[in-house]
Design a protein around this ligand. Structure first.
Ligand SMILES: Nc1nc2c(ncn2[C@@H]2O[C@H](COP(=O)(O)OP(=O)(O)O)[C@@H](O)[C@H]2O)c(=O)[nH]1
Ligand SMILES: [Mg+2]
Length: 258
């Protein structure tokens, strides 16, 4: 791609102890293809070198001391500076090289939201048999309960316009892993199938240790689907970052209580 896309993009990576994989994840993100590219981590009390590595690589560090994958995104979505948001895990599993094409597709097809299906093109070793099965059960249940036709309910790679959150109904409520399925349900419900589409991308083996608790998280995800379907899910913490959350936009390492 030679043209510089006339848009500003923020890539958000939630991190908790990703010192092994964060560097290569950042390096894999293409540069120079859009007018303004912000890359940031939303770090959840990492006790390893995650934040130092992010600063060495010159990216923004925002701290979110409250626990949870969903909590990190509910902060990151609010503090992201740019008009288009791209999300990925900081563990080398998602294909960062596809970001420019995905953003181009969002613009050219006048879309609001793209969710990136991992199941169709998953590479060998990227998902254990149990995880593959769990993903299938969750995705099947989500399709059954919501009839929204999304193949991969658990993928953590999305490309979308930040403006979707102008509508408060589009703001996900869950602070844990279920935020991933929730955001797709909301996108299909409020943006519609024409504007919120699913595209298949490669998925690769993880670098570094996963924090996911297979049975615990699987169960929470399943329980959330039923709660959401019957309007029983609760919002525990408010949308957006903490008022005094430190940020490294000034190029310094934010102070953190460990
Ligand atoms: N800020 C923050 N990030 C988290 C937390 N839990 C997980 N993450 C990050 O969220 C991403 C997804 O977690 P991962 O362990 O890869 O889960 P999996 O892909 O579902 O197996 C990774 O980049 C993690 O470092 C958390 O409590 N806070
Ligand atoms: Mg992961």
């Amino acid at each position: 791609m030679n043209d510089v896309l006339p848009v500003s993009v923020t890539v958000i990576l939630p991190t908790r102890n990703e010192e092994e994989a964060l560097g290569p994840t950042i390096d894999a993100i293409p540069r120079g293809w859009c007018e303004d590219l912000e890359i940031m981590i939303v770090d959840g009390n990492s006790t390893d070198r995650t934040r130092e590595i992010a600063l060495e690589k010159g990216i923004r560090v925002h701290l979110e001391p409250r626990k949870g994958y969903g909590r990190a995104y509910r902060t990151g979505f609010d503090v992201a500076k740019n008009d288009i948001i791209v999300t990925m895990d900081a563990d080398c599993t998602y294909p960062a090289e596809t970001i420019p094409d995905l953003v181009k597709r969002l613009l050219n097809d006048d879309l609001e939201f793209i969710t990136c299906d991992r199941l169709t093109l998953a590479e060998d070793g990227s998902m254990s048999g149990l995880h593959g099965f769990g993903n299938w059960v969750l995705s099947f249940t989500a399709r059954l309960l919501f009839g929204y036709g999304v193949k991969d309910s658990q993928t953590g790679m999305w490309v979308f316009k930040k403006s979707i959150f102008g509508d408060e109904k589009m703001r996900p409520t869950n602070d844990g892993m279920p935020l991933s399925e929730e955001i797709k349900i909301l996108a299909r419900r409020h943006l519609g199938k024409q504007k919120a589409i699913e595209i298949s991308v490669p998925y690769r083996p993880r670098v570094g240790e996963a924090e996911i608790h297979t049975w615990g998280d699987g169960w929470k995800n399943l329980r959330f689907l039923f709660a959401k379907r019957f309007g029983l899910n609760r919002t525990v913490t408010p949308w957006g970052g903490l008022a005094d959350n430190p940020d490294s936009e000034k190029g310094t390492l934010p102070e953190q209580e460990n």
